[in-house]
Design a protein around this ligand. Sequence first.
Ligand code: SF4
Length: 325
Amino acid sequence: MNEVIQRFAELVLDGGLLSRGQAIALAEAGRADFEDLLYGSNRIRQRFFGDRIRICSIVPGRLGGCSQDCAFCAQSVRYDTAVDKTPKVFSDEEILSAAAAAKAGGVPHLGIVYSGKAVSEEELERLIRLIGRIREQTGLGVCVSLGILSEGQMRRLAAAGAERYNHNLETSERHFGQIVTTHAYADRVRTIEAALAAGLGVCAGGLFGVGETEADRIDMALAFRRLGADTVPMNFLHPIAGTPLGQMKTLEPREILRIIALYRFLLPTVNLKVAGGRVLNLRDLQSWIFAAGCTSILSGNYLTTAGRAVEEDMRMLRDLGLEPA
Ligand code: SF4
């Protein structure tokens, strides 16, 4: 076993946290000894999470028509993509029916995701009422992703029964300007802090394969640790024609597994959710994500790209001897 990987695995298994310097050394060791890295990440996952895997699905509340310029996103009006430039707002009935389908498929958590920088007061009020109806009718945990909100707005969502707020950092502070210029990294950090202050759980993740360096990946993980995110969704670029990253080469499956393992070492008790880009990028290696340290998956379709049917994911978990949490 690689001596560096073994030493850091023991440190984490004993409740310690890796420093930035140790993370850099681990990333290098993991490139040379990939199987050893996965052996360590799997042990860490088992130590802190057992065999439980959390599953969630998402439904759009509003799709497309976004004024922002996130370089990967099909929903920005600035890029010529297949998504309509006029935003489509989903009705209460459409969202309730997605909630009922999630419940029927055995998925315990539903995320409602809005395109755009923020939502109007009117939209927020509608959602607050809707969260109550979803909770009442299905008992599902409801998470929301509505862009940049104030602490007061977050408090109203928490009072309505929302469990968790999703707001991604996307990449490191250093690399952020290469990906988004219409709002600042600091706006995202403030939103995450507002959600935490309001008592919501925080699901804050990022996107890999967008030209970031190893140091950017490590610094983003350390930002999640500092902020106190309880769930970190990991998305892997699915290049969308018409966006500035439309021609980007996708990451290799083993590289993705190495990144997940690095995050498991760095964030040992945080729920790591493999989300966008899983099916396209990992292909036959999808089931390896759990050995790499993943403890949660986004199942069903993504917002603008196809995912995998919930039944197929449930079967994968059963085949691996894992249990939906
Ligand atoms: S990621 Fe969100 S904020 Fe950025 S362009 Fe897409 S919908 Fe807009």
